[in-house]
Write a protein that binds this ligand. Structure first.
Ligand code: FMN
Length: 219
């Protein structure tokens, strides 16, 4: 029995690939063990407010004496971090928007990345260390090594830094690229590769969920 925290952030409620691949992951997660559970957060349909006060980046014990973050925002942050700490596995749907992650997902990151609470800071704490994170990245274009756009994707690398390096989670990235091949004439000749990557991403998501969902609780 294990618990999954699943985040979606695509603004596309009809044809989103990250939502669809996430759906495949969750179906396999629940099939892996009937006692597995899921907490779902749709960061697009139910967006978090932007972090309203910089002091919330730090635990209360190291904030300056005159720090006075809004009580409601601090309570929301506590709830989001508790939700994360309750998860054995984290699944993040992360479309590429303007070479970065959607602002809705960034807002969640801004609440949960707290050095000294979720990551090393004044204390060498890393409560999520060893718990897997699976990122589903969905990109309209292509960012292959050796092409002019190599390195232009700043979404997955930033998520790997925060979840992997800072929080200590082993990160798997499932990628579907060229999602705009069916609609942009300039990419039309790569439509077959786009479909192949999509099929492979669904297979990877199903296999990953079966594996992670069949493991016993990581504690
Ligand atoms: C606001 C916005 C910005 C986008 N910026 C980029 C971009 O910088 N690079 C890219 O390859 N695709 C970009 N796209 C296309 C999306 O990455 C693509 O449609 C992807 O499939 C979205 O994920 P989804 O299918 O899960 O919704 C953008 C789409 C939107 C809506």
């Amino acid at each position: 029995m294990a618990h999954l925290l699943h985040l979606d952030s695509s603004a596309d409620l009809e044809t989103s690939r990250s939502r669809a691949i996430g759906g495949t992951f969750v179906a396999s997660w629940l099939a892996a063990d009937p006692e597995n559970t899921v907490t779902y957060r749709d960061l697009h349909r139910d967006p978090l407010p932007h972090l309203p006060d910089a002091s919330l980046h730090w635990p209360a014990r190291v904030r300056s004496d005159d720090a006075n973050p809004p009580v409601a925002a601090e309570a929301l942050q506590t709830r989001l971090i508790e939700e994360l700490f309750a998860a054995d596995v984290l699944l993040v749907g992360a479309p590429l928007y303007n070479y970065s992650m959607p602002s809705t997902l960034k807002a969640w990151i801004d609440y949960i990345h707290v050095p000294g609470t979720t990551a090393p800071g004044d204390l060498a704490t890393q409560p999520m260390a060893g718990r897997p994170a699976v990122i589903i990245t969905s990109r309209g274009g292509v960012y292959d090594a050796g092409t002019p756009t190599e390195g232009w994707d700043h979404a997955a690398p930033a998520l790997q830094l925060i979840l992997g390096t800072a929080l200590g989670m082993p990160v798997t990235v499932i990628t579907t690229s060229l999602t705009l091949a069916e609609v942009l004439p300039a990419l039309a000749d790569q439509a077959e590769r786009s479909r192949e990557e999509l099929a492979l991403a669904h297979e990877e998501a199903a296999a990953s969920a079966l594996h992670l969902g069949g493991m016993t609780r990581l504690e």
